[in-house]
Structure formats: structure tokens, C-alpha cells
Design a binder for this molecule. Structure first.
Ligand SMILES: *Cc1c(COP(=O)(O)O)cnc(C)c1O
Length: 404
């Protein structure tokens, strides 16, 4: 993999912050966009911007074709059996809210429960709490240990008759843990329970095949996969999507409307009320083309090597404490320096041109469990280099000297 050539595809990587070349290690929050994506957006708006699925005119046809081609591209990317199992959303949060609302309305009753994990992002906790409160159901949690590894031995007992759905993250955005999702899906399915995977930190790092995983729902965000913001994907198995009631009502999701009764459209349109993010879908398709051309296998190999190097270098810094020690990991490294606040480390790194994130990373229960206010988090993409890890290490040493 020619990283230097790849970096040239990302114009923002040349940006200077405080006079230093940007070292962007906040890819877990959002990734940067290659020129191919920026050009696809530009081309869309300059040449065929128009509303989809409605107009008879040529531009509307072109926009509709591009939008549906994007859907087909996403379906191939995650190996969905049918293109109509791919629903465009606003992002991961939107996709989880959609399933929580629809599944809750269709299938949850008092006494039922939803099983999530101890390392979920708030967006895979709060929507379930909201619908459970409404239905008199409860949210149960698969616990984790101090290393940030799920306590799988507890899963069989947790999967009791009350559980109607398991919602779990594939990769933790705060700890980097890659969860044993195949085992979770297998055990849930053996009891007839469907599984939703939060793929927000997975699809950009690991080849994801929904048929091979046999997962019932998968959600992710374009903007963490080198695509534009404002668009995301919900994959659902056809049988489930057909069983679920629609989420939002409006244009495009209907077949017929009278004041007396409305009949709903077929998949995927049943779940896509209103004008979708057309340019976003086109941009996401360009992003998928881009990563597919490099190959997710190659990306995974390169990133794993970089992660191993970074872990080795960071472990050697005296007083630096890694948070999250799962042997199976991807993407992110969370850390603390002695007893200092993560924000202070983050600020000192920022002044040296290094972008990391600090705080609870939308995972307050994880921080509460570990008894820490938050972490500083370096999160990697395939365009990051060993040289950037070295810059991070040198900057951390400098920050440490100032904080001591
Ligand atoms: C970023 C993230 C989300 C939320 O994604 P949005 O794009 O903000 O909707 C959910 N889960 C995980 C694991 C994430 O990293």
C-alpha cells in the first residue's frame, strides 16, 4: 500500500494547524474525504441535482438512477442478498432510532427486554431506553471486564425468554474492542432472537458480510467511511423489514393516500419518508468505490500493523495508561496520563498539531464502570503513518513533562 500516494487523495491532510502539518487522529469521530468523494458531490450538484423517484424529466431520472446505483453499491459492499434490504438513513443514530421505534411498536410489550452491551455508544442505549419506557420493557446489559472485554460466559443466562432483540456494537468506539459478534449472533439465534449490530466503527476497518454474519440488522454512517455527513445505512433482512411497521410517514413511503386510509410502499421505500440525501448517497457510493479499490483486506492489514506499532510505542511511555486492553481490537487507542484530566493532554496535543478526541466518547457508562472521567483517544485510518505515530509519541512525552 502506497500511503504517500493515498495521502495525496485527501487534500485536508496538507492543512496546517498552529503552523504544523495536521496529524489527524480523530478518525473515530469522522474520517476525512478523498478528492473522488468531493468531486462526486460537486458533479452531482453541478450537473444533475434533482429530486428522486418523482419527476418525469431527465435530470430527475439521472438523480434517481444515481441514488439507486448507490443503494446497489452499498448492498454489494456489505453483501446484502437484496438491494431493497438497504435503507438510506441520516446515519447510525438515525438507523438505531428507526429500528427501536419500529421494532418497539411492532414487537415489544410489558415485561420484555432488549439486551445491549456494556460498551455501547449512547446512540445504542438511549433509543432502547426510550422505547422500553414506553412499552414497559427493560434494557439489560452484557457486562464487560476491566480490559474492556465482554463477559461472554454470562450471555447464555442473559438470553432468557424476556429478550426480544440483542443490540450490540461490532467495534467499541471508546475502547477499540472488537466484539465476538459471530458468537453473540449464534447464541441469540439459537433462541430465535434477532440481532442488530452497530457497525459505525466496523465497516471502515473490517470486511463486513451481512450474509456470512447472518446478522438481522446492521447500521453505519457514511461519514466514518470516508463519505459525506448526513447519510447512513440501515441493512435489514427482508423478512424483518417486511414485518416491521414504518417509522416516519410522508412522501415516497406510500402507495396510496386518502384521508380514510394510507397503504405503504414496498421495501426499501417504506422506510424512506421524504426527500432523501441524494448527494450524500452519491458521495457514499464514491467513498465505497474508493475503499473497495484499495481493498478492505489491505486496509485492515495496514491498520492492524499501525495499531500494533502505536500500542508498542505508547506502552513504553512512562505514566501513560492504556484504557481498553482487548486482544481483539481495531481502530482506536484510548489513554490517560497518570491522574491528569484527558482534556489537558488533548489540549497539549492540539497545540502540537495533533487532533485527538477527549471525553467520554458518548460512552458514559464505560467511563463510570472504569471509574474515570474520560480518555484521550487516538483513532486511526489507513492514511495515517508510522511517522505520525512517532509525532504523537514525541508530543505525548513533551505533554507529560509539562503535566508532571
Ligand atoms: C459514531 C458512532 C455512533 C453514532 O454515529 P452517528 O454518525 O453520530 O449517528 C454510534 N455508534 C458508534 C460505535 C459510533 O462510533
Amino acid at each position: 500500500m502506497d500511503i504517500e500516494a493515498i495521502r495525496k487523495d485527501f487534500p485536508i491532510l496538507d492543512t496546517k494547524v498552529y503552523g504544523k502539518r495536521l496529524v489527524y487522529l480523530d478518525n473515530g469521530a469522522t474520517t476525512q474525504k478523498p478528492t473522488a468523494v468531493l468531486e462526486a458531490l460537486d458533479h452531482y450538484y453541478k450537473t444533475y441535482n434533482s429530486n428522486v423517484h418523482r419527476g418525469v424529466h431527465l435530470l430527475s431520472q439521472q438523480a434517481t438512477d444515481a441514488f439507486e446505483a448507490a443503494r446497489t453499491k452499498v448492498a454489494a459492499f456489505i453483501n446484502a442478498k437484496h438491494t431493497y434490504e438497504v435503507i438510506f438513513t441520516k446515519g447510525t443514530t438515525d438507523g438505531i432510532n428507526l429500528i427501536a421505534s419500529c421494532f418497539g411498536r411492532g414487537f415489544l410489550k410489558a415485561g420484555d427486554s432488549i439486551l445491549i452491551s456494556a460498551m455501547e455508544h449512547h446512540s445504542n442505549i438511549v433509543p432502547w431506553q426510550m422505547i422500553c419506557e414506553e412499552k414497559g420493557a427493560t434494557v439489560k446489559v452484557i457486562p464487560m471486564n476491566e480490559d474492556g472485554v465482554l463477559q461472554m460466559d454470562q450471555l447464555p443466562a442473559l438470553l432468557d425468554d424476556t429478550v426480544k432483540l440483542v443490540a450490540c456494537t461490532y467495534v467499541s468506539n471508546s475502547l477499540g474492542t472488537v466484539n465476538p459478534v459471530r458468537e453473540i449472533i449464534k447464541q441469540a439465534h439459537s433462541k430465535g432472537i434477532p440481532v442488530l449490530l452497530d457497525g459505525a466503527q466496523a465497516v471502515q476497518h473490517i470486511p463486513v458480510d451481512v450474509q456470512e454474519l447472518d446478522v438481522d440488522f446492521l447500521v453505519f454512517s457514511s461519514h466514518k467511511l470516508y463519505g459525506p455527513t448526513g447519510v447512513g445505512i440501515l441493512y435489514g433482512k427482508e423478512e424483518w423489514l417486511n414485518k416491521l411497521p414504518p417509522y416516519q410517514g410522508g412522501g415516497d413511503m406510500i402507495k396510496t393516500v386518502t384521508f380514510a386510509k394510507t397503504t405503504y410502499n414496498d421495501l426499501p421505500f417504506k422506510f424512506e419518508a421524504g426527500t432523501p440525501d441524494m448527494s450524500g448517497a452519491v458521495g457514499l457510493a464514491a467513498a465505497i468505490d474508493y475503499v473497495t479499490a484499495i481493498g478492505l483486506d489491505n486496509i485492515q492489514k495496514e491498520e492492524q500493523a499501525l495499531l500494533a506499532y502505536a500500542l508498542e510505542q505508547l506502552t513504553a511511555i512512562e505514566g501513560l495508561r492504556l484504557v481498553g486492553k482487548s486482544p481483539e481490537r481495531s481502530g482506536v487507542i484510548s489513554f490517560l496520563y497518570k491522574n491528569t484530566h484527558p482534556f489537558d493532554v488533548g489540549e497539549l496535543l492540539d497545540k502540537q498539531g495533533i487532533a485527538v478526541r477527549t471525553g467520554h466518547h458518548c460512552c458514559q457508562p464505560v467511563m463510570d464502570f472504569l471509574g474515570i472521567p474520560g480518555t484521550a483517544r487516538a483513532s486511526f485510518a489507513f492514511y495515517n503513518t508510522k511517522e505520525e505515530v512517532d509525532i504523537l509519541v514525541a508530543a505525548l512525552k513533551k505533554a507529560a513533562a509539562m503535566l508532571d
